[in-house]
Ligand binder design. Structure first.
Ligand SMILES: Cc1cc2nc3c(=O)[nH]c(=O)nc-3n(C[C@H](O)[C@H](O)[C@H](O)COP(=O)(O)OP(=O)(O)OC[C@H]3O[C@@H](n4cnc5c(N)ncnc54)[C@H](O)[C@@H]3O)c2cc1C
Length: 416
């Protein structure tokens, strides 16, 4: 069986950044395995602009952004295999992939970076009441049909969920001649970025109904109408609030879930993001297996995916050189107002700055983010506005970690 130092599963933004960083850190023997026919992952279908503002200080389209990294992968001579789907991994890092070119192959990796991205929640996951007819489609699939294959998914469209992909598709379908009747969001606030609400809905006079969801789909062969009803605080439909809307398509933008079935097969512990638990070097709880990007937790901005990919690639390089910090772990837990925090553990002996990434549970203004250990403040920063759709980051210098006993809590406190 062939042995390879570092196998990277998934050639999207996260996987490419991990490969480039690991090579810069001196790892020569790398292989990227990508199941699609090109590098770049989801960015291939994101032809809108808005990518790379942090990384390049430019507004690029998805394909432009990915090309900058794919070009580097090629220039650095990092080997990659396309149309190569990984079908299994083992805790001792055997990686099995299937490709037309090679057949079914198992290789022994010394380290693995998991960068398999995420998948969309579909109609089954949210149990929409009503008919099971054609014309119900997820926003990412509608995006792929339109931007890659040139197919319109419908003419009269209702979008359920105000996630960014749904908002972007509202604009895209409008520009292509469809009528986007409305976007309906079950929460009392949008799950998309503010800039997408302004640029994709407000600019095109597309109404956004908050605290309202689909209570029934009606259609014999294809969707003919949907009923939208208001919901109460317990997300129960309120009788008497029904709105009947004629449409031929219902697009779902109701959440993304890290794609971790390969890790689940080896019982890799997961956190509340549904991605694996990781330490400050993005190493999962399984020795030598690292994770980054949307497969770890769903990101709103690709520049942060790239950064996390670099961190995982750097971690994998240190692992291969036996230079990763060892010893006691500090657990990091979400406190008041915080949904999750990554990483979930930090090696006390780490000498590198650690960035804690988290999302708040609901929109909040004028708050302090407090990092605390046994009631003592380790760090405190003020944030004028925090919303669940935007990841928040707080840096922690390693000097602060030496005296920690027990766990670190990240919590919010309203400014008095
Ligand atoms: C529709 C959409 C619109 C977005 N718009 C913006 C925006 O405007 N601005 C912005 O900054 N960010 C945006 N983002 C966020 C950002 O672009 C993504 O979060 C980021 O590109 C994800 O990178 P990734 O590498 O983690 O995942 P992906 O790009 O999904 O890459 C994962 C790769 O892994 C491969 N893979 C999966 N399983 C296997 C397997 N078993 N074997 C081999 N390969 C496998 C997949 O084929 C894929 O290529 C958007 C995201 C989405 C989904």
């Amino acid at each position: 069986m062939k042995t390879i130092d570092l196998v990277i599963i998934g050639g999207g933004s996260a996987g490419m950044a991990a490969a480039i960083q690991a090579r810069k850190d001196g790892i020569e023997d790398i292989l990227i395995l990508e199941k699609d026919g090109s590098l770049g992952g989801i960015l291939n279908q994101c032809i809108h602009n808005g990518f790379g503002l942090t990384e390049f200080k430019e507004e690029l389209t998805g394909p432009e952004y990915l090309t900058r990294f794919a070009d580097q992968v090629k220039e650095m001579g990092i080997p990659y295999k396309l149309n190569a789907q990984v079908t299994n991994i083992t805790p001792d890092k055997k990686v099995t992939y299937s490709s037309l070119e090679d057949g079914l192959v198992t290789i022994q990796a010394k380290a693995i970076v998991m960068a398999t991205g995420c998948y969309e929640r579909g109609a089954g996951a949210i149990q929409i009441p009503g008919d099971r007819c054609a014309g119900i489609i997820t926003a990412g699939t509608a995006q792929k049909y339109l931007n890659i294959h040139g197919y319109m998914c419908g003419k009269q469209i209702v979008i359920l969920g105000s996630g960014d992909i749904g908002l972007i598709m509202a604009r895209r379908l409008t520009l292509e001649g469809a009528k986007v009747i409305c976007v309906s969001e079950i929460m009392p606030y949008s799950n998309g970025l503010n800039r997408n609400i302004a640029q994709c809905l407000n600019d095109y006079d597309i109404p956004l109904y908050l605290s309202r969801s689909v209570s029934k789909v009606i259609g014999k062969n294809r969707v003919e109408k949907v009923i939208l009803s208001a919901v109460d605080e317990k997300m129960q439909f309120i009788p008497g609030t029904e709105m009947e809307i004629k449409c031929d398509t219902l697009i779902l933008s109701v959440g993304l879930i890290p794609y971790v079935s390969l890790l689940n097969n080896i019982d890799c512990p997961t956190g509340s993001t549904k991605g694996p638990k990781v330490n400050e070097h993005m190493e999962t709880m399984i020795d030598g297996i690292f994770s980054c990007g949307n497969c770890l937790h769903v990101h709103d901005v690709v520049d942060f995916v790239t950064d996390e990919g670099r961190l995982a690639g750097h971690g994998a390089a240190l692992y291969l050189k036996e230079q990763l910090p060892t010893g006691e772990d500090i657990n990091v837990v979400p406190g008041e107002g915080v949904g999750y925090v990554i990483p979930q553990t930090i090696k006390k002996s780490t000498t590198e700055e650690v960035t804690l990434k988290f999302r708040v549970r609901k929109p909040i203004k004028d708050v302090f983010v407090i990092i605390e250990n046994n009631g003592n403040q380790v760090a405190k920063s003020f944030k004028p506005v925090l919303i669940p759709s935007e990841m928040t980051m707080v840096k922690l210098v390693s000097d602060k970690l030496k005296d920690i006993k027990g766990e670190l809590t990240v919590r919010l406190e309203k400014r008095a």
